[in-house]
Design a protein around this ligand. Structure first.
Ligand code: ADP
Ligand code: MG
Length: 707
């Protein structure tokens, strides 16, 4: 039998070889916590620290307390229930009272390991059950053992899963494994960050950071460890993104649109119905510069709803056509694609430009014809939905891709459009969901960013009101008055997947009420929702858009992009159920004409703190960027639209994109400065950094888990 003597693990050692792990536990650590190597374990950070100087008395316990420590004795134990569903209850007492402890798993083992009349330190989360405080699955440690071991007043606590706990991989065991791992590999922990960066940003070494993030001596050193590890995490993300961008910019692979020709000039002279805003001009300039350079454009155009992005996109398309290229415009929904088609046809009247529409509802026969005309170059501009991405859709010479409401699409979809010509076409992605700057840097750090920060002139800021449901009669009055003045009104109902059935019922009830209050023939009410056939939706939308109906009752299908300037009132039912960015998007449907517009948020009386904050923010401001900052703080970056699809590891281990803005900026600056001096990252002194970069973004080991 093979014997290994003096085996010293290093950071890359498979976790199964760490003392105390072995095959079985390793499998669990792989599957449950994504821990494959000792390094992975060291980067599995505590989710909090328990103040070991604080002990509670039993009569102080409430269900609101987090994890607590209590000293006491077991004064009774019994097992109950059928053989395979046994549970263990114990009574734990100190001089102030009793509580009940409960175990549902590992009953036999736990029972045999616990002793009566011995003093224990209990660690657990108090909860309440039939009016009594109890603690489920507490950890108990003999007071003597506890005293002999304590070395830090802050003890790390680790998240574990049910599965891990039943296999006794609880927070105590993880703590022990980490102690072993740190002891055995301490000397092996190399410093990945360049010395200048460490110095300039006043960072502690990785070694010290890892030791102190797990076993901090005090709060000061803990903060330093956290700072260092956050910085490192964000630094490598930025390094990766900026490097990609530099690489792309260095490759001379872009089609050069050198001239501005008849299409653009003709449009500008004869068709443009209004003066461009300063912001539109500025952005067009930025885009023209990209298109004329030899590198492929990858630009994100951010602009609040109604800021006039479509026009900027359209004028970019004209430049592509002037240079003999085709263009396409992709939107997330059929309604929006249809609307774009109409807008564009309207704008381009009299110009000799062939525009086609391709969506999921395009008939097969039309499709075949369309495919041919795209390949022959007869179609200049293709507008559509996801259907554009499909491999069968081929162009003669695609030069520009525009993606509207970018946050609805993923990177993979963007990438597919890249392959529709020999060199990748220029790409302009547009979004009306402003995202905070530091988040944009992380998610779209490889894109250039343009911002339209000015609305077309003459727009009156939308007035936003919040009504509780008991003011409904006032609402009806308000609607009536608006209709008399010739305005049109949206009433939007939430549609949440989990409660779809009830939501549809609310929508239908709402529609009934509205048609009763506003009966034919004097009033006309449209309805649009996701269950309708596309053709019917289209008819209803058109009726409303053309002013043939007064009220549009709808679910959020109308959220994106719809443009009906005469609609000046947006009523959002159960508004407390919507997220901030969605509310803002919905509100953006009004305020598009010259009239004063209103947004009315209806809600029930009982509102959570968060809902109050959301509605309050809506009432207070129209500024999309301000709203996105609040949104980010409320929800955290993982839930912000678009982050899921971005392909960036958004579930950061320690940094928080909502809170660590400042560190994002510094980390980006640091990454930029490293690349300024070593653009290809090939200097020997940067080798440890490159190795770390590779190991972070080498997803192979993660994929092996999935496949
Ligand atoms: P969004 O940025 O939300 O996509 P749109 O492109 O739909 O905004 O523009 C909103 C409305 O403003 C449209 O009716 C558009 O024709 C109009 N618009 C765009 N630019 C200007 C401008 N410079 N002056 C006046 N109206 C404009
Ligand atoms: Mg738009």
């Amino acid at each position: 039998m093979l014997q290994i003597y003096n085996f010293m693990p290093n950071l890359n050692t498979d976790i199964k070889f760490l003392t105390g792990v072995g095959e079985k536990r390793a499998d669990l650590l792989n599957a449950e916590l994504d821990i494959y190597t000792i390094e992975d374990l060291l980067y599995y950070f505590p989710f909090k620290y328990i103040d070991k100087t604080k002990f509670y008395k039993i009569d102080e316990l409430t269900a609101e307390l987090p994890y607590v420590q209590v000293i006491g004795k077991l004064v009774g134990m019994k097992t109950e229930g059928a053989k395979y569903k046994q549970r263990l209850t114990a009574t734990f007492a100190d001089e102030t009272g009793y509580i009940e402890l409960l175990w549902f798993k590992g009953v036999k083992w736990i029972k045999s390991s616990l002793k009566a009349d011995t003093e224990y330190v209990l660690y657990g989360k108090p909860s309440i059950y039939s009016n009594k405080i109890n603690i489920v699955h507490p950890d108990l440690e003999k007071l003597d053992d506890y005293k002999s071991k304590i070395n830090s007043s802050l003890e790390p606590a680790y998240n574990t899963s049910e599965k891990l706990k039943t296999s006794f991989l609880n927070t105590n065991v993880l703590r022990k494994l980490l102690q072993t791992a740190l002891k055995q590999t301490y000397n092996d922990i190399a410093e990945p960050l360049p010395f200048e960066i460490i110095k300039k940003y006043n960072l502690i070494s990785l070694k010290d950071a890892l030791v102190n993030i797990h076993f901090p001596k005090n709060n000061t050193i803990l903060s330093k460890a956290e700072y260092r590890l956050k910085f490192e995490e964000l630094f490598f993300i930025q390094l990766n993104i900026i490097q990609k961008k530099l690489y792309r910019n260095n490759k001379q692979n872009g089609y050069v649109f050198s001239k501005v020709g008849d299409y653009f000039n003709g449009f500008y002279k004869n068709n443009l119905p209004f003066e461009l805003t300063g912001a539109q001009k500025k952005v067009l300039k930025e885009i023209r510069k990209d298109l004329g350079s030899k590198t492929q454009m990858n630009r994100l155009l951010q602009g609040d709803v109604g800021s006039g992005k479509t026009l900027v996109a359209l004028m970019s398309v004209l430049i592509a056509l002037d240079n003999g290229f085709q263009a396409c415009l992709m939107a997330p929904t059929e309604i929006l694609a249809n609307q774009h088609l109409e807008t564009v046809q309207d704008f381009l009247k009299g110009l000799d430009i062939n525009i086609a529409l391709l969506t999921g509802s395009t008939k097969k026969k039309d499709r075949i014809k369309l495919h041919n005309e795209l390949e022959s170059g007869d179609i200049h501009l293709l507008i559509g939905t996801h259907a554009l991405i499909e491999d069968v859709v081929k162009f003669k010479n695609l030069g520009l891709v525009i993606i509207d409401e970018q946050h609805r699409f993923g990177v993979a979809q963007r990438a597919k459009l890249w392959n529709k010509n020999i060199n990748p076409p220029h790409v302009l992605v547009m979004t009306a969901t402003p995202i905070p700057r530091t988040l944009a840097m992380t998610l779209y750090g490889d894109l250039e960013v343009s911002v339209i920060d000015e609305l077309p002139p003459g727009r009156k800021p939308i007035k936003t009101l919040h009504f509780f449901d008991n003011k409904r009669h006032k609402l009806i009055e308000f609607i009536r008055k608006q209709i008399v003045e010739g305005r049109q009104i949206y009433i939007v109902y939430p549609l949440i997947k989990e409660s779809e059935k009830l939501d549809y019922k609310d929508l239908e009830d709402g529609y009934d009420t509205i048609t009763r209050e506003f009966p034919l023939p004097k009033y006309k009410v449209s309805i649009v929702h996701g269950k309708m056939k596309a053709a019917n939706k289209e008819i209803e939308m058109q009726n409303f858009a053309k002013g043939r109906t007064n009220i549009m009752v709808a679910t959020t299908v109308i959220e994106v992009g719809v443009n009906v300037p005469n609609a000046s009132v947006m009523i959002i039912e159960s508004s407390e159920r919507f997220g901030l960015s969605q509310l803002h998007q919905l509100r953006g449907r009004v305020g598009r004409g010259a009239e004063q517009s209103y947004c009315v948020l209806m809600s029930g009386y009982k509102l959570s703190q968060e809902a109050k904050k959301r509605l309050g923010t809506m009432v207070k401001t129209n500024d999309g960027f301000e709203i996105s900052e609040v949104d980010l703080k409320l929800r955290g970056p993982g839930d912000i639209d678009g982050t899921q699809q971005s392909g960036i590891p958004i579930n950061l281990k320690i940094a928080n994109l909502a809170k660590d803005n400042q560190i994002v900026l510094l980390a980006r600056e640091a990454a930029q400065s490293v690349l300024d001096h070593d653009i290809k990252l090939e200097k020997p002194e940067n080798r440890p950094m490159v190795n770390k970069l590779k190991s972070i973004f080498d997803l192979k080991k993660k994929w092996s888990k999935i496949s």
